[in-house]
Structure formats: C-alpha cells, structure tokens
Design a binder for this molecule. Structure first.
Ligand SMILES: Nc1ncnc2c1ncn2[C@@H]1O[C@H](COP(=O)(O)OP(=O)(O)OP(=O)(O)O)[C@@H](O)[C@H]1O
Length: 333
C-alpha cells in the first residue's frame, strides 16, 4: 500500500519570483491525484520539490512522519527511495538499451545479482508491455514506447509514491488512452500513491480520484474528482472546458477590466459538461481506493449535470458500479 504525502504551507521562489505560496494538500495513500494548471504555474517545480530535487523556502512535506522539505541529506536520500518518477521524455540514457536503462536503478542502488536483476527488469517490462524490446536503444523506438520504458524504470525499486510529469505529452489520443489505462491498471496492481501532472483534460476528467489546480501562485482547489468536475469556480470551469474566456489569459492572468469587458460581451468559461465515469482497471477489477461514483456529490448535496456517469455504451455507472462490486463480493470474475 502506498504512503500518504501531506504538504503543508509549501512556498517556492527563485530569487524574487514566487512560483507558488502556501500550498497545502494531502495525496491520500494509494489514490491517484492529478495536478493541473496553466503553463508556467510551477507544476514541474512542485514535483521536483516533492522528491527533494528542489528545496522550498517554507512549509513541510510529511511522509511517514518525516519532513522531506526540512530533513538532512541522509534522510532525504532514504525518503527519495520511496519515489518513482516518470519524467516527461522518459529521461532514458541514449547509449543504453532498454534493458540496461530499466536495470540502472537496481545496479546503482541495490546489491542484487544479475539473475535477480534480470527477473525484476523483465517483470516490469512485461507490466508496461515492452517484452521483446529490451535490446532496442531509446532512439530506435517511438515516444510512447520511451514513456513506457521510463515507467518500467520508475517502477523498478517498487516505489510507494509514483510521480508522472506529463505522461501524455507528445502522444496521440489513442496512445494516450492506452497509457491512461496502463496507469489505472498499475495503480490497481501496485496500490502506490500516484500524482500526475497533465495538460490533457480527458486524462484529468477520467483517471484520478483527486484533482488540484495551480493558478496565480496558489493552489486554487484540491479535492475529489467530483468536486472539481462540478465546481462553479470560473478558473476551474475555464480550464476544464478549455476556453479562452475566463480568468486565465494568454501569458498570465487577466485583469479586472478585461474580465468585465468579456462579461459585457456575454462570454463566460462555459457550462459544466456531464461528469464522465472514472476509468476502471482492466478485467473488471476494482482498485482498493476507488470511490463509488456519485459519492462525493451525494454527500455534499450537489446535483451533477445531466448524463453524468453514462459511458459510451450507454451504461449508467451509478447503477453499474454497485453491480460490479456485488459480483466481486460473490466471487464472480
Ligand atoms: N531551476 C530554476 N531556476 C529558476 N527558475 C526556474 C527553475 N525551474 C523552474 N523555474 C521557473 O519556474 C516557473 C514554473 O516552471 P514549471 O516548469 O514548473 O512550470 P509548469 O507549470 O510545469 O509549466 P508547463 O506546463 O509549461 O510544463 C517558470 O517560470 C520557470 O522559468
């Protein structure tokens, strides 16, 4: 089971440029969270801060009772081993084949022998669907395969927390759909705590248990998927509807006069589309941390847009989900 990550009052600046201030959130153990935000709002800086590659000025990152933001180098080294990170381009060594790339952390950080290393590498290659490609160099394979190889390498030390920096960048929509399914399946399999930075709205709407949004140097909102997907907050609606109209401007936030001019022209960030069902693991499995659809909405008295939770086969997951759970309890595969 993954570990909980509690971020408290975190602030990061470079010189006089404040990137974000007073960020507070909890990544619940074993759950999938997504972090959204316009370009340049510091999402990558946030991921790097979580693994201790950057040191924030203020605040805490609590993991297993240790404050990663304020600990010494030895403790930091130990805590870092809880993490697996998938960097944007896979961050593979160009001169090593995929096998050696994936084996690298094992050879570097463990005393395991080559037989055991081979067993672990092949197991992870199989998880990401790369069996047969071990001998290829990163330059000989597609971007999607490089991402999967990067993912196999991120998994190789059995991390409790996995960070994904734009796993879908540069992928076509079909490959993105495959990768999203792989992410959900991996979460079911490993039960690690996941944090995904993405610009892909479909990924954000269907994959996570929780969504956060960075804007104006702060975390505007962080909470259950259904909370964000039913939010009235203009910046949330603008982002999730991918609209020009709303507080987010071309390169920075719009000022009050620009927003007033938009309002006079009747432009707004758009109405909320139906909440899609959450992507389920393959083979009708249920993730241990999965919340039933509609749970947050019902608990908070929020009525979702019509046609929410209906999938492309016309099945309503408010009815389908309890059936699936009942089938599991009865041992039906
Ligand atoms: N090491 C650094 N030194 C100085 N400034 C930095 C450093 N790393 C990042 N920045 C600045 O921090 C800001 C946030 O960058 P970051 O890459 O985290 O944004 P992002 O939200 O991930 O953007 P994108 O969505 O475009 O990938 C940028 O203005 C960037 O120039």
């Amino acid at each position: 089971m993954g570990v909980e990550v509690v971020v408290e009052g975190l602030t990061k600046s470079f010189g006089r440029q404040v990137i974000w201030e007073d960020v507070t959130l909890t990544l619940p153990a074993g759950e999938i969270s997504v972090l959204l935000g316009p370009s340049g709002t510091g999402k990558s800086v946030f991921l790097k801060s979580l693994v201790g590659l950057l040191r924030p000025e203020r605040g805490h990152i609590w993991i297993d009772g240790h404050d990663l933001a304020n600990c010494g180098e030895n403790k930091l080294y130990e805590l870092r081993r809880l993490f697996g990170v998938l960097f944007q381009d896979g961050a593979l060594f160009g001169s090593l084949n995929l096998f050696d790339n994936v084996a690298f952390p094992l050879r570097e950080h463990t005393r395991k022998g080559e037989t055991e290393i081979r067993k672990i590498v092949m197991e992870k290659m199989e998880l990401v669907g790369l069996i047969g490609a071990e001998g290829k160099l990163p330059g000989e394979i597609s971007g999607g395969m490089r991402k999967r190889a990067g993912l196999a390498r991120a998994l190789v030390l059995d991390p409790e927390i996995i960070l994904f920096d734009e796993p879908d960048s540069g992928l076509d929509p079909v490959r993105t759909a495959y990768l999203n399914q792989l992410i959900v399946d991996l979460n079911a399999e490993t039960e690690a705590t996941f944090l995904i930075v993405t610009h892909d709205i479909n990924t954000a709407r269907t994959v996570p248990d929780n969504i956060g949004l960075l804007f104006r140097r702060e975390l505007i909102m962080f909470g259950p998927r259904e909370m964000l997907l039913s939010s009235d907050e203009p910046v949330v609606r603008q982002f999730l509807n991918a609209r020009r109209h709303g507080p987010i401007g071309m390169s920075e936030e719009k000022d009050v006069s620009e927003l007033e001019a938009e309002a006079q022209l009747g432009h707004d960030p758009g109405v909320l589309p139906p909440i899609p069902p959450q992507l389920m693991p393959s083979e009708n499995r249920i993730r241990r941390t999965q919340r039933p659809p509609g749970e947050w909405l019902a608990a908070n008295g929020v009525i979702p847009p019509v046609n929410s939770f209906v999938d492309d086969r016309g099945r309503n997951w408010l009815e389908e989900y309890p059936r699936l759970v009942a089938a599991h309890l009865n041992g039906v595969p």
